[in-house]
Design a protein around this ligand. Structure first.
Ligand code: ADP
Length: 406
């Protein structure tokens, strides 16, 4: 049986673009060898997803169909997917199919491939459009995910265990620095202040690592409650005002603009369902960064406004800004901008990663705009609740509370 029907049709093309040396026959047989024996599934489709070529590894993961049956049918007729929650991914919502049609690169590790016999395996999928053809490669990542899970468990246990003694060191250093509980000379105070700041940094690092493992593992529970977001954001940020004052930063909340448009009115009332702890962590992180990366005498502006069916929160600073190259990466795990200014400022590179994870867990999005040397704006957008919907949900919660008391 010829399991490589593509050879019949496109041998000349395959050979012309091949990277192996030798006569066309040698090249084609080496290409066969690779496709026959690699563990990655390889599929080539046309621009609408009709399969033109399939290799043995792909056939085996799909569920043992023959190439003759598979070639000529649409990729989604033989490849069925579920998401991480075990729900079937509807063909219309399949991002692989959308990318095939839109002639786009695509990668995911979030899809579970369900074979014809119903066997499920998590797969990493890559789609590469080449001219009129789409090359899809995929591999079973069951083992990889298990290993990552073990690593996560280790990091989580280690950071949890180390957080306790660090908290105790921080506590004792605090006592040593408090004139009411200890007397020390000025030189010792300087050293202990440094040690205290470092232990706080270490404590923060362990806490961030712990949060990362919980969020990556989806172990952190999200408790969404309807909230008056303007009021909630204002009260959370108020807690950071002393830190801004300590650095002589000017703070303002609400719209700075004079505008007749209702959405620009000072302190517009807007509502959203949020996890209050997540929102607090997100804002504290954005404000801490704004303080950290803005020199003395600068300004921070926070605003909350409705933007259609979204609520948009912005944290703007007049700080050092971020270059376009770094801006693409700042929400990645452990990414820190490395320049002479940032090197002196401590950090873990986990803050914005956590901000993004928490925002997405609430159905929101975060992004940043920045002008290098002039300042940055970080945006958080969340699904908006109408005033009626907010009141209705509050009423349900109030009724539930009344019932549980009664
Ligand atoms: P870090 O712990 O290093 O602050 P984050 O994940 O919070 O880590 O931020 C990643 C990087 O993004 C930082 O190292 C910093 O260079 C840059 N950054 C974040 N916020 C700002 C800001 N408001 N202004 C300028 N640079 C920022």
């Amino acid at each position: 049986m010829n399991i490589f029907p593509w050879k019949k049709k496109t041998e000349t093309e395959a050979v012309a673009t091949g990277f192996v040396a030798g006569t066309p026959q040698v090249q084609a047989s080496l290409a066969d060898l690779v496709l026959n024996y690699i563990e990655e599934g390889v599929l080539i489709t046309d621009a609408v997803g009709t399969i033109q070529m399939v290799n043995p590894a792909a056939l085996s993961m799909i569920g043992g169909l023959s190439a003759d049956v598979t070639v000529g049918v649409n990729v989604l007729s033989v490849m069925k997917f579920e998401n991480g929650e075990g729900l079937a991914i509807d063909d219309n919502a399949n991002l692989l199919m959308a990318a095939i049609r839109n002639n786009q690169d695509f990668q995911t590790r979030d899809y579970i491939l369900v074979s014809i016999q119903g066997q499920k395996r998590p797969v990493a999928i890559t789609l590469k459009p080449v001219g009129a053809q789409r090359i899809i490669t995929f591999r079973d990542i069951t083992k990889e995910l298990e290993e990552e899970g073990e690593q996560m468990d280790f990091i989580s246990t280690a950071s949890h265990e180390m957080r306790t003694p660090v908290a105790s060191i921080e506590g004792y250093l605090g006592l040593a620095l408090n004139p009411q509980t200890a007397s020390i000379d000025e030189r010792a105070r300087k050293y202990l202040e440094e040690a205290h700041a470092s232990s706080q940094h270490l404590g923060r690092l362990f806490q961030d690592l712990l949060d990362v493992t919980k969020l990556d593992d989806k172990k952190m529970k999200v408790r969404m409650v309807p909230a008056d977001l303007t009021q909630l954001v204002r009260s959370i940020v108020d807690g950071q005002v002393p830190m801004m004052q300590a650095k002589n930063l000017n703070y303002s909340f609400g719209s700075n603009e004079v505008s007749t448009q209702p959405e620009h009115r000072l302190e517009q009332m807007v509502y959203a369902s949020v996890d209050v702890d997540f929102l607090r962590e997100i804002l504290n992180n954005l404000i801490e960064n704004a303080i950290k990366y803005t020199p003395e005498g600068g300004a921070i502006w926070v605003n909350v406004r409705g933007d259609g069916d979204r609520v948009l929160v912005n944290v703007t600073d007049t700080g050092m800004g971020i270059s376009p190259e770094d801006l693409k990466h700042i929400f990645q795990k452990f990414y820190r901008v490395d320049n002479s200014q940032t090197r002196e400022i401590g950090g873990t590179g986990l803050g914005l990663y956590l901000v993004k994870q928490r925002a997405e867990a609430m159905g929101g999005k975060v992004w940043a705009e920045s002008s290098f040397g002039e300042g940055s704006t970080f945006y958080l957008s969340l699904p908006r609740l109408t005033a009626e919907e907010y009141n209705r949900r509050r009423q349900i919660i109030a009724n539930q509370e009344a019932m549980s008391v009664g």
